[in-house]
Design a binder for this molecule. Structure first.
Ligand code: C5P
Length: 294
């Protein structure tokens, strides 16, 4: 049996620079892998005679066919690695909330690519699996790499950030998920072609990370989506205020929402805050940051 963790990501910094002719947006983002993770378990038959992929998932809301990025990642891997016979059974134990801005689907696809490449003894280079990842979704390249990265382009061009503090992150989500295209279209309505948008200072998150002191992250994080998502998901704004009132150094929405993360120095405070939220029936997990995978 093969196992591969599929870690969630948070965006310490997320800004949109411009809209592209293909409808996508150029971003500047600082992504961080966190301990909250799905698990992919899989088995491959020893002497396969045909081509079959069977996927099951602990969350019945998720499609288990080609609509699932993890399924498409497996297909794309076999095709790129020229593996003609395979009988793969995979199961996703889902813990990352769906449509939450935590990159859950991308994390699963990335984990499948890493797992299969390892199993077959690396027929594809990292650059090749990253290229497959980019064709599946903008966040997949980061999820393959993991750790802390400065991401530009549609989010797929990565520069690893090597110096950073290790800290506790509380991840919480309450209320309906948000589709990424809808969230981007709300930004388009607000900022049109982004020429009149005043971007914040992009470097301050990297200055804060490079000094290695978690307190420096106070006032260094940013997410352009908060302005358009908080009005339609007031619960996300409340989660942010809840964390700030209970000792978070900073708290912010992740990706296009509606999940919110808080950064804590004290594990105990983060755990307490998570327990209080869970008592209200809200999804909340305290975890640590996770370093790069490849
Ligand atoms: O790449 P991914 O499939 O995750 O993107 C989902 C949707 O989010 C895209 O179809 C697009 O509408 C929007 N998007 C965007 N700009 C990005 C990333 C995603 O407009 N950089």
């Amino acid at each position: 049996m093969l196992y591969e963790p599929a870690h969630a990501k948070i965006n310490l910094f997320l800004d949109v620079i411009s809209k592209r002719p293909d409808g996508y947006h150029n971003l500047k983002s600082c992504m961080q892998t966190v301990g909250l993770a799905d698990t992919i378990s899989a088995s491959l038959r020893d002497h396969p005679t045909g081509q079959s992929i069977e996927l099951t998932c602990s969350n019945e809301k998720l499609a288990c066919d080609r609509k699932n990025l993890a399924y498409r990642a497996a297909e794309a891997f076999f095709s790129a690695a020229k593996i003609e016979s395979y009988e793969l059974k995979m199961h996703i134990e889902k813990r990352i909330p769906l449509s939450a801005g935590l990159g859950g689907g991308s994390a699963d696809a990335a984990a499948v690519l890493r797992m299969l490449n390892k199993y077959y003894d690396f027929p594809l280079s990292t650059a090749e699996i990253v290229e497959i990842g980019a064709s599946l979704g903008s966040d997949v390249p980061f999820c393959i790499h993991g750790g802390t990265c400065h991401c530009v382009g549609v989010g797929d061009i990565l520069t690893p950030v090597l110096t950073q503090p290790d800290y506790t992150v509380l991840v919480a989500k309450n209320g309906e998920g948000i589709s990424t295209p809808e969230a981007f279209s709300l930004l388009d309505q607000k900022y049109s072609d982004f020429t009149n948008y005043q971007p914040p200072e992009h470097d301050r998150i990297y200055e804060a990370l490079s000094c290695g002191n978690v307190h420096a992250l106070h006032n260094a994080t940013y997410n352009i989506f908060e302005d358009v998502i908080f009005p339609i998901r007031p619960e996300s704004k409340r989660l942010k205020e809840f964390m700030l009132d209970r000792g978070a150094i900073c708290a912010q929405m992740s990706g296009s929402g509606p999940s919110v993360f808080g950064i804590f120095v004290s594990d105990a405070r983060a755990e307490l805050c998570a327990a209080m939220l869970r008592q209200e029936g809200i999804f909340a997990v305290a975890c640590r940051t996770v370093s790069a995978k490849i």
